[in-house]
Design a protein around this ligand. Structure first.
Ligand SMILES: *Cc1c(COP(=O)(O)O)cnc(C)c1O
Length: 387
């Protein structure tokens, strides 16, 4: 009997090792892993470059404290700001810490300019920003909040894609709008570029901050370093996590100089966040993703994947409703509950994971080979045929 609490309904499968896009189970089977720890292993399993980076650092120093200068973190922060809208970075350990810290940065900014009552964060109903008490309240999901009351105040909600609902929800005390650039847990729901542009415009007009949660869709996953680059908008605050650690727990908040002005010494901290081990892995992940052709190649192979999935959709129009997503953040939306379909894919050695709205999430590593996508396409087609 497992001594783990039962807050997960785990699949009956365990793995002894992985290599790139593949996982090898304890009972000797080889799986194509298009979950990759939910968009975390950006360079796949057991990547030799990451192994070298973490081993080198492990021999030097693992953890110090943010009371001292951590040079690996200085380097990673500098690289993140040089390549993006951001001027400053705060490191954390996870996505939910990064979204919480984003909320703190937004509130603290208004506090620091003498508007402490401007502290409401406006989010999308049934979105996903993590599992801490603040994050489940930000997400506005009844299911996630059930049994974890009292409700935390300071969050308002509007409906996905509904500008009128958004405009109606903005009040005098709204400090920030926080949305996932692409809604990962909610069914790989993509905002139109026009919507994201309007969001930025409204924030400018109302003098409120724009927080774009890129924990799942960021760090190259969509074919751009950040998903919002497609819409050519500039956020004020961006929480990241998942992909930046390549499998090592790492989160961060990126922010502009303006909003960072409220974060004076003593306002926020973390014991483990930004430790040398995590920072070395983060730097190694960026070494790969920042390579010249990396994202171009990702765009190319993901285009092939989307085309092939759309062909399957056209061949099985009663089974597949929509192919969603951008780059390698892919959702295959079925008309019905996808649990059985996901199991059939697993039986055929392809691992995927469900998302909201009857959607199957397909998350290959960012360095996936075209030939591996071809294997996945064949398996999906085979399962459709027999379904
Ligand atoms: C996964 C996720 C989080 C939470 O990250 P954790 O590392 O699980 O805490 C927050 N926001 C988004 C958009 C996510 O996909």
């Amino acid at each position: 009997m497992s001594a783990l609490a039962k807050n997960y309904n785990r699949r009956k499968i365990a793995f002894k090792r992985g290599k790139g896009s593949f996982l090898f189970s304890t009972n000797g089977k080889k799986y194509l892993d298009f979950v990759q720890g939910i968009a975390v292993n950006s360079l796949g399993h057991a990547n030799s470059y990451l192994i070298r980076a973490i081993n080198n650092q492990a021999k030097k120093v693992w953890h110090i404290s943010n009371a001292f200068i951590i040079q690996e973190g200085e380097k990673l922060a500098k690289r993140l700001t040089q390549k993006t809208f951001a001027d400053y970075v705060i490191f954390q350990n996870s996505g939910t810490e990064a979204t919480e810290a984003s909320i703190k940065v937004a509130r603290r900014y208004f506090y620091s300019i003498g508007k402490p009552k401007k502290n409401i964060i406006l989010c999308i109903k049934n979105s996903f920003h993590g599992r801490t008490i603040a994050a489940i309240n930000a997400s506005g999901s009844k299911k996630m909040q059930e049994g974890f009351g009292p409700k935390v105040s300071g969050f308002d909600h509007f409906k996905f894609g509904n500008l009128n609902s958004l405009k109606r929800s903005i009040k005098k005390n709204t400090a920030a709008i926080m949305v996932e650039t692409i809604m990962g847990e909610g069914g790989i729901k993509v905002h139109s570029n026009i919507f994201l542009k309007k969001l930025r415009k409204i924030c400018n007009q109302k003098k409120i901050l724009l927080i774009l949660d890129e924990v799942q869709c960021g760090i190259g996953r969509t074919g751009k370093f950040f998903a919002f680059e497609y819409a050519k908008v500039k956020p004020d605050i961006v929480p990241i996590a998942k992909g930046i650690g390549g499998g090592f727990p790492l989160g961060a908040v990126l922010m502009t100089k303006k909003v960072a002005s409220g974060m004076i010494p003593g306002t926020h901290g973390t014991t483990n966040g930004g430790n040398p081990l995590a920072m070395s892995v983060g730097n190694a992940v960026l070494d790969q993703i920042f390579k010249k052709k990396f994202l171009k190649n990702l765009q190319k192979v993901s285009k092939y994947f989307h085309n092939e999935l759309n062909k399957i959709k056209n061949d099985y129009p009663k089974l597949i409703k929509e192919v969603r997503g951008v780059g390698l953040l892919i959702g295959l939306q079925l008309f019905n509950d996808p649990t059985k379909f996901i199991k059939k894919l697993e039986d055929n050695k392809l691992l995927t994971i469900r998302s909201g709205e009857n959607t199957i999430r397909i998350l290959p590593p960012l360095n996936v080979k075209k030939s591996e996508i071809t294997i996945a396409v064949k398996i999906i087609r085979k399962v459709c045929k027999k379904f």
